[in-house]
Write a protein that binds this ligand. Sequence first.
Ligand code: PGA
Length: 259
Amino acid sequence: MKTRSPLIVANWKLNGGTDLICTSVASFLRQKFRVQIGIAPPYVYISNMANFLRNSQIMVGSQNVSKFESGAFTGETSAQMLKEVGCQFCLIGHSERRQVFLENNASCHTKVASTLAAGLMPIICIGENAQQHELGLTKHILYRQLQESLLGQNIKNKQIAIAYEPIWAIGSGKAATPESVQDVHEYIFNELCTIFDEESAKNIRIIYGGSVNKNNAAQLLAMPNVDGLLVGGASLDPEHFSEICALANQITPEVEFNS
Ligand code: PGA
C-alpha cells in the first residue's frame, strides 16, 4: 500500500484565463478530495486563484521561478514573491523551459534551493527526449538531472517532488506504459536514496507526466512507485481534470498520510 498521499498537479502552461479559473474553482469547491491537488496557472493568475482557493485543500503553484532573489533581472519573479501571493509549489526545469528557454541542471539546482528557502515545494521535472529514449539512455539522462539539481540540497523537514516526464510523451497523446513508468520511478527512488537517504527518499513523491488523461490515469496510479500525476492538456478541461482527481481519490484509502 502506498504511504504517500497521491499528488495530482495541473500544468496550464501558457493557457487559461479568468474564465477557466472561475470554472475550475467552481468545480473544485464542489468536491472533497483525499488526494493532494495542485494547479499551476500562468504567473499573473496565481494571486487571484490562491484567494479563491484559500479555504480549500487545493494548492496553487507556479510553472517556473527565478533563480535570483531580487535586483536588476527584468521579467523575473522570485520564490519569495510567489510565496507572498499564496503560491505553494513551483514546477522547476519543465522540459519546455529546458528546450525553449535553455534552462539546465545548474539553473534548476539554484531554483530548487531558493524555492526550498522560501518554504515552497519544488516539483523538479526530469525526462529524456525521443532520441535518448530510443538509444536506451533514459536512466543515464535522469541520473545527471537528479544529481546535478539535487545534490547538496537541504530537504530536512521540507516537501519536494519529482515529476518524470518523458519529452516524447508530452502533448503527443502517447503516454509511457505503466510498466515502463514503474521501472523508471523505481530507478528514481533508488537514486534519491543515494542522493539523500532512504528515509528522506520515502517522503519524496515521484509523479508521472506526459499525455495523462482520464483513460490512463488509474493504470498509471496503480503502479507502486507512481505517487501522482502531472497533467497538461487534460487539465484545461475542469471536468476532465476533476475526473482524474476523482480516480486518484478512489484508489486512495481513507487514512491520514504523512505528506
Ligand atoms: P501533457 O503535458 O499532459 O499535455 O502531455 C504534460 C506536461 O507537459 O506537464
